[in-house]
Every structure is written in structure tokens, then in C-alpha cells.
Design a protein around this ligand. Structure first.
Ligand SMILES: Nc1ncnc2c1ncn2[C@@H]1O[C@H](COP(=O)(O)OP(=O)(O)O)[C@@H](O)[C@H]1O
Ligand SMILES: [Mg+2]
Length: 256
């Protein structure tokens, strides 16, 4: 089967920091694939390359057979309409209500009436288990609720693909479970293709069909959860058994 998304020999450096050094990855329609890797390994960068927010130094990224790297503005916009993104840290607009946040991508891409917008927003909030909170502001919400509103916003446009950047980072176990269940639910009921980026192995095991391990700029392992769990590869074992550096340097600085 032809992959819905494909990274081919992608290189990207920031100054003298080579982040991706020949990344190859094929993603099949309908699967949930989780990219795991230490902090700073290039996970978020990989998602930004797919969105066309960043450009690679060389190599190609394909979405439904179209080269994202050489796409014109019109095709890029059309593609982004089909991609729902739950950003790292939710990234809600603090000055906008929940209603306005969830409606944002709808206003950006479609021409709905206010009444239709209200209906769609209410429906998406119900999907994430947060009905009737339209008039609240992000500052009124807990971290877990913010992630769920972020997810309601990500699915507002009925995307074909959902990108989740660290969806459970910073959440307590109850909210982590809630998000994991929602990721599974999106896959089952909406039949979306999902790319999850995380360093939370427990979540990765729960939600994924396949895992891809990003290390030193390349995907060094890709396989099912069972294949990962039974792998003898030392790098894979290190990740699975938690012998990896997960603290982001920036967070250490902030904590000081
Ligand atoms: N816009 C940017 N400019 C310069 N360096 C960047 C930029 N975005 C990311 N980087 C660097 O690229 C590396 C990978 O970042 P990132 O993909 O965010 O890591 P993570 O795997 O933790 O998501 C890091 O060293 C980061 O500092
Ligand atoms: Mg990241």
C-alpha cells in the first residue's frame, strides 16, 4: 500500500547543529505511529517539516504523494486543512474563549455561519468530554482540560491526520489515561491516521500500532509494539526500559 506520508532521506541542520541526518519514515493510512526519542532528538522538528513550517536542507517529505518541500502556498494550505495538530503545551490562545479557540481553524479554512460554528464547536467539545465550557478562558482550565480543548481544536476541521506533540507530558496519571483513551477513540471512530511524538513509553505502548525510534538524526528502529518489546537491539531496550535522558535542557534552566 502506498504510504499517506513519507519522509525520504531528510537532512536538517540549525547552524552547526545537525538535527536530522537522513531520516526515512513511511506512515500508512489509518495507523497510529509514535515517534519516540530523547529530548532534542528532532521529534517536534519532524512534525514541523511535515506541516511545511520548516524546510529540510535536503531530502523530501510527501503527503498523499505530493512533495511538501516544493508545494506552493495554495497546496500547503489545502494540506494543512487535512492535518489536525495538538501542539506541545496545548498552545491555546489565552485571550480567546474556549469557543473561539476551537472555532479558530474552522474560521481559517471554511466559511461557516456563526450558528454552524457554535454547533461544530459544541460537538467537538462533547467528543473530548468537555461539553458546555465554551465561555471559559484557558486560564480557567486545568492542564488536562487544556490538552482536551487543544484536541477539540485539532479535530475541529475533521482532519485526515492528527499530529500529537507530547500529548501526555506534564499530566497526572488520570489525565494521561484520558488522553490515551481519546487518541485510541479518534483512531477507531474517525479512522484518522495519527502521528504521536512522545517520550512517555507507557502511552506509546497503549496507543500505537507501530513505534519509530529517532536517534542521532535517523529512525533507527521501526516496528510494532510487540516487536519493540521483544527487540534485542540495545538502543531500543534502553528506551523501553527507561534508560534515556528525558529532561529537556530548557526545563532544567527554568527550574533554576
Ligand atoms: N527553530 C529552531 N532554530 C534553531 N534550533 C532549533 C529550532 N527548532 C529546533 N531546534 C533544535 O533542534 C533540535 C531538535 O529540536 P526538537 O525537534 O524540538 O526536539 P524534540 O525531540 O525534543 O522535540 C534541538 O537541538 C533544538 O534546539
Ligand atoms: Mg518536542
Amino acid at each position: 500500500m502506498k504510504p499517506i506520508i513519507e519522509f525520504k532521506n531528510v537532512f536538517l541542520a540549525f547552524g552547526d547543529n545537525p538535527v536530522l541526518k537522513g531520516l526515512d519514515l513511511q506512515i500508512q493510512e489509518g495507523e497510529t505511529i509514535t515517534i519516540i526519542g530523547g529530548s532534542g532528538s528532532g521529534k517536534s522538528v519532524t512534525l514541523k517539516l511535515l506541516l511545511g513550517v520548516l524546510s529540510p536542507d535536503s531530502g523530501s517529505i510527501y503527503y498523499q504523494g505530493k512533495n511538501v518541500t516544493t508545494m506552493g502556498e495554495k497546496d500547503l494550505i489545502a494540506m494543512r486543512k487535512e492535518l489536525g495538530v495538538l501542539f506541545q503545551g496545548s498552545a491555546l490562545f489565552d485571550s480567546l474563549t474556549v469557543q473561539e479557540n476551537v472555532a479558530y481553524p474552522l474560521r481559517e479554512h471554511f466559511d461557516y455561519s456563526e450558528k454552524e460554528l457554535d454547533r461544530i464547536v459544541a460537538q467537538k467539545l462533547a467528543v473530548v468530554g468537555l461539553p458546555k465550557i465554551e465561555e471559559m478562558f484557558p486560564s480557567d482550565l486545568s492542564g488536562g482540560m487544556k490538552k482536551r480543548v487543544g484536541l477539540a481544536r485539532a479535530i475541529a476541521t475533521d482532519p485526515k491526520v492528527i499530529l500529537y506533540d507530547e500529548p501526555t507530558t506534564g499530566l497526572d496519571p488520570t489525565n494521561t489515561q484520558r488522553i490515551n483513551r481519546l487518541i485510541l477513540q479518534m483512531q477507531k471512530t474517525l479512522k484518522v491516521t495519527s502521528i504521536v511524538v512522545t517520550h512517555d513509553m507507557e502511552s506509546a505502548f497503549q496507543v500505537s500500532n507501530r513505534l519509530a525510534l529517532l536517534k542521532e538524526g535517523k529512525i533507527c528502529f521501526v516496528g510494532t509494539v510487540d516487536e519493540a518489546k521483544s527487540s534485542k537491539d540495545e538502543t531500543v531496550r534502553d528506551f523501553i526500559e527507561g534508560r534515556m535522558e528525558t529532561v529537556e535542557p530548557l526545563k532544567i534552566m527554568e527550574a533554576r
